[in-house]
Write a protein that binds this ligand. Sequence first.
Ligand code: GLC
Length: 646
Amino acid sequence: MRAWWRDARAGVVADAVDVLGAADGQAFGARVDVVIDELHEAVDDVYGARGHDPDALVLHLLALALATAEERSEALRILDHRREIDPHWFLRARQVGYVAYTDRFAGTLRGVIDRLDHLDELGITYLHLMPLLRPREGENDGGYAVADYGAVDPRLGTMADLEALAGELHDRDMALCIDLVVNHTAAEHPWAQAARAGDPTHRRYYRIFPDRTEPDQYEATLREVFPEMAPGSFTHVEGLGWVWTTFREWQWDLDYENPDVLASMCAVMGDLANRGVDVFRLDAVPFLWKQKGTDCENLPQAHRIVQILRNVLRVSAPGTICKAEAIVSPDELVQYLGGHDPEVRECELAYHNQLMVMLWSSLAARDAQLMTRSLERMRQPPDGTGWVTYVRCHDDIGWAVSDEDAAAVGWNGFEHRAFLNRYYAGEHPGSWAQGVKFQENPVTLDARISGTTAALCGIDQARERQDPVALGAAIRRFLLLHAVVIGWGGSIPVLYMGDEIALANDRSFADDPDHADDNRWIHRPPMDWEAAARRHDSGSVEGRVYAGLREQIQARRDLPVMRAGGTTSARWTGHPSVFAWRRTHPRHLPFLGLAAFSDQPTSVPLPVAADAGLHDPVPVLASDGDVRIDDGRIHLPAWGWVWLSD
Ligand code: GLC
């Protein structure tokens, strides 16, 4: 590789200088130098091993990167430049995200521009808009079945509107994240249509089998993602054969064994980056590679492909970053942020699914031992990367509780998962939750949970029953969960649209034929702007939740320990219900968060703080109620929490 690159480099840099001018061309060459070893290694691993010429493929990908760089606007080049100087820009203490469906939040992309003041007021600096490229007609999995990567869904606007929104966001020092569905296209995408029409080039874009022989062999070890809505992982298409469809029958998995698929996706990313997209949420990345005899998730080649996509983008549009959507077990999770040994870069961000699941687990169990155990053994994100921490998102909650972690705290994993399903579906005696079960699997008895944060914390139930005491407790639980994700540090906390005003479950989804069989729509309500108007009314539920979240966001901004460059770790407190997490940073004072997953007042001994390096702990922010330090103990009320600094 080294000798080949020594020869090839001069040509690549000369082309770049030709196209971009001396300064940008040389910078392009320098960026290639930074990634070339990893890029070539990954390409060789995946494609060289399958008989393709890795050198030629790398040069082809670099030519695509140069084409993107050439098309990049002056404004975006300036942003690239700033971010290359400040590569941790996305992990500053000020960064707080918000995720929304464009139509449900504001009708159209232009409508979103008109609502940016709402986000500014809350303290949002990062906006993730759910899939907005042109999907198939009819059912489309909330836009995750893309028919055209080059066009915006006409109901939401145009590419020009997307560019205008990105420009507006950048003027406000906010970033734009969009979904990029890399694992599959809609069956209506022109590539799939061409395959259907018999074009051999595009047939090779998908995994198509003439009969059930191979699908049966694969299915022997595959997990079903949607056992209720779409059993099996293959769909029979007349005149074509059995097409690999991990998700719905109209979502066709792309075949990344074909290097043309990889190159096409690099081009798609480049085009979107040039519209002003800052962050790509790479959808369903664990499924990118398939191999018989495995579950076809998290395979090393899937990581390699993400590394390639990422490194090509790093060369062409260095101000952009990637976020992995990998909702996988704790042991598999950190690798999406990069390998450790040797260190290989992958995405800059990944969802901290484990933290999210453990928050809900601790809340129902009133016990944080499993949370402490499972989080304390997770590896730290590699330098320059971070988590997206979140309480709820547009998907269901799947109980990623490993049997080993459960056993380590004396629990049975299967029973605990079953308990969580019953609890959040409101079937457990005394449960405050009003979620619904999603994709119950009669064979494995597995299920997941849908529902808004408010419904799962008990706000919906308390409002229905008009029970002010229960409502108070529910709001405390709501803010407790957020205090952990907002105060985690080294991450971007992302709020789910409508949570800032505690939106309730939306049962009307059942009336929409395109949504009726997918109860995840229960937690995707339209924004209620009338309710949002009550956000400053301290007597309203909206006002109580909004004020609490805003206070946490503002306090976080003033805590430099939250920024990139430090570590966050779970700590034992000696009290089963109290979760502690410590944030340290080489240049800033340490931080300790305590969260009481208990419906009774609790306390932990003061040495918990000293052990975490805080010798004179002072509350920076705390829940309401009786939070105090005395008699050598830190006291917390029911569902209380505190952020401590030295
Ligand atoms: C991701 C999305 C989910 C979607 C799936 C298929 O997991 O979050 O909503 O159904 O990918 O695209």
